[in-house]
Write a protein that binds this ligand. Structure first.
Ligand code: PAF
Length: 277
């Protein structure tokens, strides 16, 4: 496995590769990321994993400074899992000058995470577009765990005619249902025991819908109330249409139940896609 930190060397290394798959990450890798790597390996001869904690997608009050940086362990895991190249650019490599160009984002980026974290998707799309331009992969793999991010990136690729296929990797969960996430590292033992309550509540909404309930706002409010009673502070719990992420109606069949909530100072997000037959 090669570790490359500058753009010129990466381009030189990749120029003769027939097919490249990119897995963009912010590091602190876990089994969820490794499942994306396996998908990448099935789709291309050369797998590139990028590790870059992207300052642009963090608001000033968010956790950029304390975001876990575990480069040595990440590289060991990637090597053990047969990755060809790890691209670890420094801040000055990706952003040599202040990033003035930005995209005007579609409405799907305004809601949910976009409403709670203004600027987040602008930061994500800026860095992902840069990585696509640098690596020029034929495929790129993103986790369904960040469901809205996936939808925003799919739109960016379609509407800007980027020659890359986006493939989604399913959310990987711990035994108790907690979606794997780098931010789980912030949880202490007591918080870790509570953390799966978010997933359980989203799943419960899904089960109620699957068994015929169509009063979505009642389901949402019951879950919010339950979580608040259990000590959470909920940002949103919402039943949405899968593609546009508009509030779901009783006529929709491709649904996703999304949630974001705080356990003390730790913000977790999760979602459950649900296709009604
Ligand atoms: O999902 C993430 O880890 C990040 O948002 C991404 C896609 C690597 C962009 O920084």
């Amino acid at each position: 496995m090669e570790i490359i930190t500058d753009i010129a060397s990466l381009r030189a290394r990749l120029q003769d590769e027939a097919s490249i798959a990119l897995v963009p990450t912010m590091g602190n890798l876990h089994a969820g990321h490794l499942s994306l790597v396996r998908i990448a390996q099935q789709h291309a001869g050369c797998t590139v994993v990028s590790i870059f904690v992207n300052r642009l997608q963090f608001a000033p009050h968010e956790d950029y400074d304390r975001y876990p940086r575990t480069q040595e362990n990440d590289c060991r895991l990637l090597e053990e899992n047969g990755v060809d190249i790890v691209f670890i650019p420094g801040e000055k490599t990706l952003f040599p000058v202040p990033q003035e160009f930005q995209l005007l984002l579609p409405p799907v980026a305004d809601t949910l995470e976009g409403a709670c974290r203004p600027g987040f998707f602008r930061g994500v799309t800026t860095v992902v577009l840069k990585l696509f331009n640098i690596v020029q992969p034929q495929v790129a793999i993103f986790g369904e765990k960040d469901y809205q991010q996936l939808q925003v990136i799919r739109r960016m690729v379609t509407q800007l005619n980027l020659p890359v296929e986006i493939i989604a990797g399913q959310t990987i969960r711990a035994e108790d249902g907690l979606a794997l996430s780098s931010r789980n590292n912030y949880l202490d033992n007591i918080q870790r025991q509570k953390a799966s309550e978010l997933a359980r509540n989203l799943k419960k909404i899904g089960e109620s819908i699957a068994s015929g309930e169509r009063n979505f706002s009642h389901l949402e409010w019951s879950a919010i109330e339950r979580l608040n009673m259990q000590g959470w502070k909920v940002d949103y719990i919402s039943v949405r249409q899968q593609c546009m992420l508009l509030p779901a109606t009783a006529c929709d069949s491709d649904l996703v139940i999304l949630g974001a909530a705080w356990l003390d100072k730790i913000r977790l997000i999760d979602n459950f896609p649900l296709i009604l037959s």
